[in-house]
Structures are given as structure tokens and as C-alpha cells.
Design a protein around this ligand. Sequence first.
Ligand code: GDG
Length: 744
Amino acid sequence: MSKLYVISNRLPLTIEKKEGVYVCRQSSGGLVSAVGSYLDSDVKGTFSDITWAGVPDCSETAWRTAMASGPEAKYNYLPVFLNKRRYEYYYNGFSNSVIWPLFHYFPSFVDYNAAYYAAYMEANEIFAESLLSVLKREDTVWIHDYHLLPLAAMLRERMPGLTIGFFLHVPFPSYEIFRVLPKEWQRTLLEGMLGADLIGFHTLDYAAHFLSCVKAVLKPERDGQYISWRNRQVKADAFPISIDYDSFNDAYDEHEVAQIRRSYVEMKSDKKLLFSVDRLDYTKGISNRLKGYEKFLEENPDYSEKVVFALNIVPSRDSISKYAERKKMIDEYIGNINSRLGNMKWQPILYRYKHVSFNELVALYTACDLALITPLRDGMNLVAKEFVASRRDKQGVLVLSEMAGAAKELSEALLINPNDTAEISSMIKYGLEMSADEQEQRMTAMQARIMGYDVVEWARDFFEQLKTVKELQLEFEVKFIDNITRVDLVDKYSRANKALFLLDYDGSLMPFQKLPTLAKPSEELLEILRQLAANPRNNVYIISGRNSQSLTEWFGDLNLGLVAEHGARVRHVGGEWKTDLTNDDKSWMEQVEKIMLTYVGKCPHSFIERKDFSLAWHYRNAEPMQGTVRARELYDTLKALASRGKLNVLNGHKVIEVRNSGINKGLAAGKIYDSGKFDFVLAVGDDQTDEDMFRRLARVPDVFTIKVGGEASYARYNLHNPFMVQSLLETIAHYENAPTAVKA
Ligand code: GDG
């Protein structure tokens, strides 16, 4: 059984000195409890062993002493040691003064310090080195968060077969934000993440942003939910992180929780209690929250002395100046509200700046009337989910920022825009006056949703998809033809009596050109085809999406079979062009052409190719991003139209093509193959339309199907480019001609 390595910036252990001796204890926190709950459940059956790797919160010496004294070993631990300055630059520097502000849409807070970037890369290298000293090929690695974006690629480079999952706990920003980073940083971060097999985000929006950044910066040939990257299929998807629902729900009745709750209920007396808890962070919208509350008090003087806000802030990253400034600002603001709107008997805000225990936290979640959670940006926000899960009484109102990932799931919360002070104020009022019935209805719906996808389900879902991606990669493993395969191919050919060659043209025999009319065959290619076709046992077909005129013009004089428009028209060797259609209705063409024309207008440099039985909209010369977006729209529009008639819409290589249904290269290739007793078959293609041919031929024993390019395919083999195809065909043609020449 394989081992699981969970990698995060920090190890989930706290090393403390007690009575002169270093001891360690399991620390708590979002990631630890989330991942820990899963690790404690069904994962044990899947992996033989679990190791957590990260930076310990102590020196190397302290670590060794604490470990020697027998730690509370919940998992195995792999410590990664970074010196103080490097850690400072990697953690406070690049992680929290570049990525954190940028990914939370605070570009003006970013500190573009090249030394931070260098330390970040070095720190990730050190993580990679530590891991590579213990990892085995069959192991699974689960990397967490923005501190370790480049790590997956570093591991992949040195251990290509490793199973790697990556999960990002913060938002992934849109390209317009991401692009402000220097280009090298952009590439490194994206390529780093693509080293994983599965990349998880909290929401589909974040996954979509990531994909659009990958497309804009790295320009992979294909995209979709799967990205074809360096001969691997990588998937990006949403896995909304959750919480250990039962531990919060059960805690409601815990003795200590109930006791603390009672003390808060007594304290608030007839007042309404608002509550919030967050780390001190500018992304959490604490000032906006205070503004909203202040406005509520100003506009509703009848609530004076009838409401109190328990505001809990947990110290965080206080050595970064932006955080220290925020603390000062919040302290002053709270003082101002309390002194201006409060009186000697009543303070509108009870402010606490420290970490509270789990029991106290749940007591507050369950004693309050309203939780006010207003981040300006938040990957998910677990506090919102914990509050809902804790409310066994099904009472309490959640006011939640729509900028938190959690808002996507908790739609029964009172959703607010954190920049809209008036909205916060009016939702506080609405929430405080909400009937018990409405509270129960909303709470029940949210609880059902969290219960159905708790943290164990979250992690299980992630691992299941990781397994699926790995299986898919194996199925679609890109196998470039090596020398052994080449020798085997030529050997099989040499022993064949009747050979069939099915050769796609554009992108397979000749590289793509800016305009289809420019892609004329070179003299070299024509010579190779001439020689290949000269041998009577060879049956060579060009099987193309092009029309019969182009194929006749270029190959009409050679001894070749020609298949035009993906099989709509066929000309066998020495024969005439024949239309091979069960359905030759062309009445759809006018309407489709009109639609395509609007896309020519919408997408500069795109154009229409008109053929006898099909219409193609090409976007190879358009600006890539615009081309892809318009292609997707056009594809959807034409698909909707096609569903009403007998049409086929094809998403090819930078082309959307429409033709009558019942035409494809698979059918055409099948008919040709069935027409003769071929004992050697070689088929070459490069795009989606060739996949039909590869699929049809997959049943043929010993077939050589070749995909041009490094993408996943039904073909058995890959070749890098058309010139390598030409070279392979040349070898075959010469092989044939050589003995003849000797004989002569
Ligand atoms: C990052 C992302 C994403 C807080 N104060 C106390 C305390 N906490 C616990 C909460 C909760 C966790 O810390 C905070 O989680 P959040 O999700 O709200 O926020 P971040 O720390 O910013 O976490 C975030 C998360 O990762 C997971 O992917 O949701 O978007 O920014 O569990 O309960 N716990 C106790 N005392 C406190 O004073 N006991």
C-alpha cells in the first residue's frame, strides 16, 4: 500500500518548553482539523501510513529534543527546517506580502520584492529536497496552500510518476489581477501548480480563474476542466472545504459549553447579542463590519442599550506592517464607537484581542442572536459553517459577505456586500427582528447542506477524483514513438502483404498555416507520398476535412486515395470522386453561415471556409483568449441548433465545423479498412476529428495509430510534429525502395 504525505507550511504540532524540557502537543487550527478529521476516518484503509511535512515552530535542536522525549505521535512528522531570514522572506515576504494580498484582490498592498521571490523559491526547493529523500514513486502527496505553489512541479520534475494533489485554501484571482505580477513569477506559480495531477479550489469561480490564467500565460494547446500539460492530463475543480459537522453540533450539549453559554445569556440579559471571530486580517472586513454596525446604531436609536456586539479578533501576522496598522485602526475605531454611542452603563462593542478556547467559541456561536461575517474576500470562511453547525437549537441568524466562498453554499444566509454599509446596517436590523420560524427554516436548509458535504466528504471527494485523474492519465498516456517502436513498426510493415495508410493532412503531414490556402504540400512531402504510393502493396489515403477541389489540386496526380470533408466525398485510387452521404440536405447552410458571419464580426481575424457539405469557422489567427471565448459561444449556439436537425458540430483544432450527421473520419476509415484485407494499418491525425478514426481502428489488431502532438488521445502513439511523421513515412518508403533498388 502506498503512503500519504500531507504537506503544509506549518507542522500541526506545537513544541513548548515545560519545566525545562521540550514537549510537543498537537495544535489545532482550520487545516489541521479539516484534514485531520479525514485522516482519522476512512483514509487509513487507503494508505499504509500518513506523514505530515512542514516547518516546525521551533529550532532544529528543540525539535530533536522534543522528539527524543517521545512525542504524542498522531502522525509521522517530517520537519522541514528553514533558517530564520529565509523563513521570514518566504512566509511574511512572498507568501503574505505578495500572494496573500494579490489573491485577495488587494494589489496595492503587494510588495514586489525580488528577494522575497528568491526566498520563496528556495524554501520550496528545500521542501522538495526533504520530501524527495523519503518519497517513493507509488506514494501520494497532498500539498496545501499558497505557500507551496511551486512545489508540485519541483517534485514532478524529479519523480514523474508521483500522485500529487494540490489544494488552494485562498481565492484564485481573475487574470486581470494575476497579470500584475512579473511574468516570470506568473509562469512559475502556474507551472508549479500544474505539477499536480488534481488542483482543488473552494469554488468553481476560482477554478475558472485559474484556467483562464493558465490559458493566457502558458497557452496550453487544449483546455477545459482537463488541461493537457507536458504530456499529462491535469484537472482543476471545486471542492468546497467543510468542517467536522458533528463535533460542532454535538458540542452544543457539552457540559462546559452549556455552562459558558449560560453565562453569556445571563450577561446579555434582554439585549440582543451579535458575534464575530476572525484572525486580524485586512481581508476579513472588520472595519467595514464596524461601519455597518455603527450605521445600524445611528439609524436605530431604539436599539440603544438593547444590543451588544462581541467582537473577537485573533492576533495574526503582526510582524507585517499592514497587519500592525490595521490593529491600531480597529482599536481606535472601536474606542470611538463605544465612547460616542455608548454610555456609562452600556458599551455597544465588547472587544477581545486573543485566541479563545473551542468550548468558549461554541458557547459564543450558540449564545448569540446574529453572527456578522463580512470579509472583503475569503477563500471559504469556516467560521460561517461552524456557526451554522453549532446551532442545534436551529436559531440564530447568519449575515454573510457574498465575497466569501461560503456564500455559494449558504444561500439562506442574509447575504451582504461588505462595501455596502447601508446594506449591512439594514440586514442587521432584519436579522435581529427575524421570526423564530424563519430562523429555523433558514438554519435547517444550511445545516442539511453542510452535513451532506462535511470535511470527511470533502477530502474523500478530493482523493476519489485524484484517483480518477490518475486512471485517466494511464488510459491516455502519451507514448511518443521511440526507436524500439519504430523498428517494430517497420518490421511489421516489412512482413505485411497489404498495407493501409490513412493520413490526415493539416497539422499531421504539414504544419498549420495562417490561412488554409497557404498550407500547400512541400516538394519533399509530395516525393515521400509518391514513393510510398508507388509500391503496389501500399494503399495510401489522404483523409482530410478539406474539400475535394483542394485535395485534387494538390494530390490529384499522385497514386493516392482521397477522402474529403471528413468522409463526405471519396476518390479511390484511379477512380472518380463519389459523394458518400446518407443525408445530403444542405438547407441548413444558409442559417449556419449567417450565425458564423456574426462571429466573424465579433472575433477579428476569424474567417469562414465554405465546403460542399460543411461550413467551418476558423479562429487560428484571432487573439487566443477572444478566439476561445467566441468559439465556445458559437459551439453552444450551433449545438442547440444541431439538436433540432440532423447536423453534427465539431470542435476541431482552432475551428468549429458543421456538417450533416453521419459523416466522420471514423466511418470513412472503417469503410476503407473493411474493403480490403489489410495486415498493416498506419493512421495519423492531429485533432479532434481524427479521434473518430483512432477509435474506430482501435479494434484492429497491431494497428499503428499516431497522434501528432503531445496530447491525450485514443491513438496508441504520439509523434511530436508533422516533420517527424514525414520522416517516419520516408523510412517506410525507402525501406520498400531499397531492396527493389538492390534487386535492380
Ligand atoms: C483560510 C482561508 C478558508 C479562529 N479564531 C479562533 C478559532 N478560529 C478558527 C475558526 C476556524 C478557523 O480558525 C478560521 O478559518 P477561516 O476559514 O474562517 O479563515 P482563515 O484562517 O483565513 O483560513 C479561508 C480556510 O483557510 C480553510 O480552507 O476557509 O478562506 O483564508 O476554524 O474556528 N478557533 C478557536 N479560537 C479562536 O479564537 N478555538
